[in-house]
Ligand binder design. Structure first.
Ligand SMILES: CC(C)(COP(=O)(O)OP(=O)(O)OC[C@H]1O[C@@H](n2cnc3c(N)ncnc32)[C@H](O)[C@@H]1OP(=O)(O)O)[C@@H](O)C(=O)NCCC(=O)NCCS
Length: 156
């Protein structure tokens, strides 16, 4: 497979040996994180799962699924200490190239309304808001507290 280099990081396909490291980044990055099982299921379902590796350690990951010519970016996260160093950018470049190569014409995603850093990142990649899904995300422990999802989309 091809691998892109940026600074000291490289991007490669996720293998089961790296799921534990990915789950740890996910835990540090999301209030309702995917579990190890979710990542195993994603691999078994043929989702595109990429990791960035830096000095041997996993520094970020991204998961997308493709349905005919539409892809959905399900997850992207970078370990907190490695943020703002271009790791997500590197993951996105490889992800978009692979999705396009598999026939994707658009990529869409959902992001918490309060997650302004992720929205800022997506805008740098050409994503624009395409809608809002009211009260989509659980928020806190009470079911009544829910947060809107901002829908974003980009043409590849
Ligand atoms: C969103 C996230 C993946 C970005 O990862 P990253 O590796 O820090 O992003 P990059 O360094 O590649 O950023 C590229 C550009 O995106 C924009 N950007 C990234 N993070 C930003 C932030 N916190 N605030 C404003 N702009 C930001 C900037 O323009 C940045 O370029 P610059 O650093 O030269 O200004 C990371 O903040 C993260 O893991 N967040 C927690 C998980 C998450 O929210 N995932 C998305 C769920 S939908």
């Amino acid at each position: 497979m091809s691998s892109l280099s940026f600074s000291t990081a490289t991007v490669e396909l996720l293998s089961t040996a790296d799921i534990e490291a990915v789950v740890e980044i996910e835990r540090l990055s999301n209030s309702h994180p995917w579990t190890e099982r979710n990542f195993h299921d994603a691999l078994a379902s043929g989702y595109l799962c990429l990791i960035a590796r830096d000095h041997g350690a996993v520094s970020g990951f991204a998961v997308a699924r493709l349905l005919v010519d539409e892809a959905e970016l399900l997850l992207i996260a970078v370990t907190p200490a490695m943020r703002r160093q271009g790791v997500a950018l590197l993951l996105w470049i490889e992800l978009a190239e692979r999705l396009q190569g598999s026939g994707a014409r658009t990529v869409h995603l959902e992001v918490r309304e309060s997650n302004l850093s992720a929205q800022a990142f997506y805008r740098t990649r050409g994503f624009a808001q395409s809608g809002v899904r009211p009260k989509y995300y659980p928020n806190g422990t009470r079911d009544s507290e829910r947060e809107d999802a901002v829908l974003m989309q980009v043409l590849l």
